[in-house]
Design a protein. Structure first.
Length: 208
């Protein structure tokens, strides 16, 4: 969505689908001032009450990782297993055949295509495994997230507009809104040995 001015200097957020050839998606406009105030209030509540993070991470732990990721991982592993078979069969099939009947360049192109597909599937599998590992790490390291909240909460009252913006970016704040239906999502950075930073994700809906 993007901000759009209205009468009397008020701002609203509208979906950018209004500017596409297909036209508006049907979502309702969102009052900018109210949404921004609510978003910052939720961030402050969270940082001042890190037990909310602990409760959210405990809920995630009980629910387990995203089932779609697990299903995608299984599918990729099966596809890779199938691709591991054709090269051997292909070489055995063409071993000893004359070049006129089975051109070598054709075999090489086939093997190259198989290797290309394997590389693509392997990269996708690596990405999914990283996402699953990040989920597991965020659940295990909720204590670090709580420490981060306590540290930042001490300075909330002194933040100016620029510092608030930086804080929202640091927490990867995202709000999905449709009229007065709002959902906020963000993450708490977690420093680990070696300078690696993971994230503990959280999110909830605005009460009706």
């Amino acid at each position: 969505m993007r901000p759009s001015p209205e009468s009397r200097g008020r701002l609203i957020y509208r979906c950018t689908s209004r500017e596409t050839p297909s036209g508006p998606c049907g979502s309702k406009r969102v009052p900018a001032a109210a949404l921004e105030q609510w978003t910052w209030e939720q961030v402050c509540i969270l940082l001042r009450n890190p037990s909310l993070i602990a409760a959210e991470l405990e809920r995630q732990r009980q629910e387990g990782p995203d089932q779609r990721l697990l299903a995608d991982k299984d599918a990729l592993q099966r596809s890779l297993a199938k691709l591991g078979q054709p090269p051997g069969k292909l070489l055995r099939l063409f071993r000893g055949a004359d070049e006129e009947q089975y051109p070598v360049d054709l075999i090489q192109r086939e093997l190259a295509q198989i290797e290309k597909e394997k590389a693509h599937l392997t990269a996708a599998l690596t990405q999914i495994e990283a996402q699953l590992a990040a989920w597991q790490l965020s659940v295990e390291r909720w204590g670090a997230a709580m420490d981060y909240c306590r540290t930042v909460a001490q300075n909330l009252e002194t933040f100016d507009h620029h510092e608030k913006r930086r804080m929202l970016e640091a927490l990867a704040i995202k709000v999905v809104a449709n009229g007065r239906d709002w959902r906020i999502k963000g993450s708490i950075p977690e420093d680990e040995p070696g300078g690696i930073v993971s994230q503990a994700w959280w999110g909830w809906d605005r009460p009706a």
